[in-house]
Write a protein that binds this ligand. Structure first.
Ligand SMILES: O=P(O)(O)OC[C@H]1O[C@H](OP(=O)(O)OP(=O)(O)O)[C@H](O)[C@@H]1O
Ligand code: HPA
Ligand SMILES: [Mg+2]
Length: 179
């Protein structure tokens, strides 16, 4: 285990099992359709590539970049779009893929943004959810795990751009982000 990690919440095996279940559910729900998978850079990348390979209806890949955390452990509250999708979203069935929903500020900004541009449907797949921290009420269609109010890293999730490549999800030691 990495020395900055206090506790492992989900092992590689537990994550893979849950991602397979989510892929099966999405495959069943989208039968006969093509999904435009919109990954939110950068945290979602690891989950995105695993989830996409568990979905058995046609998918197209696309990404957006919009950041609110920067190099902090708390949300700035302001969402800025750094990179938009390349595809025209009108008439498409979009599945937004996120690593985590925390305050809900990022997703509550993105969903109306895409719906207003004429998407046929916009659904959400998040690997993690921290319900105790929610500031905006938002419906998540597919969620992997609910987690307690702790800052987590690994499997794509970072603190100040580090730890994204850890294969598990762990709680970061408080002394790392309070110093
Ligand atoms: O529900 P919220 O409180 O809005 O938090 C969730 C968002 O914060 C993180 O992104 P971040 O801004 O850290 O960018 P990153 O994915 O590049 O790390 C995470 O990947 C989500 O996009
Ligand atoms: O717990 C978290 N870890 C990493 N990034 C995050 N963005 C929102 N919450 C978190
Ligand atoms: Mg981040």
């Amino acid at each position: 285990m990495h020395q900055d990690v206090k506790e492992i919440l989900f092992t590689e095996e537990q994550i893979q099992k849950r991602v397979r279940e989510m892929g099966a559910q999405i495959t069943a729900d989208y039968a006969g359709k093509t999904i435009l998978l919109c990954g939110i850079l950068k945290g979602a990348v690891v989950f995105y590539t695993d989830l996409a390979r568990q979905i058995q209806v046609p998918v197209k890949f696309d990404f957006m970049s919009c950041s609110s955390y920067g190099s902090s452990a708390t949300s700035s509250g302001a969402v800025t779009i750094r990179k938009d999708m390349d595809n025209d979203v009108a008439g498409k069935d979009i599945l937004i893929v996120e690593d985590i929903i925390d305050t809900g500020i990022t997703l509550s900004y993105l969903v109306p943004y895409l719906k207003d541009r004429g998407a046929n449907s916009v659904k959400l797949a998040t690997l993690l959810s921290k319900p105790s921290r929610r500031q905006v009420d938002i419906h998540v269609d597919y969620n992997g795990f609910e987690i307690p109010d702790a800052f987590v890293v690994g499997y794509g999730l970072d603190y100040d751009s580090s730890y994204r490549n850890l294969p598990y999800i762990g709680i970061l030691k408080e002394e790392i982000y309070t110093k």
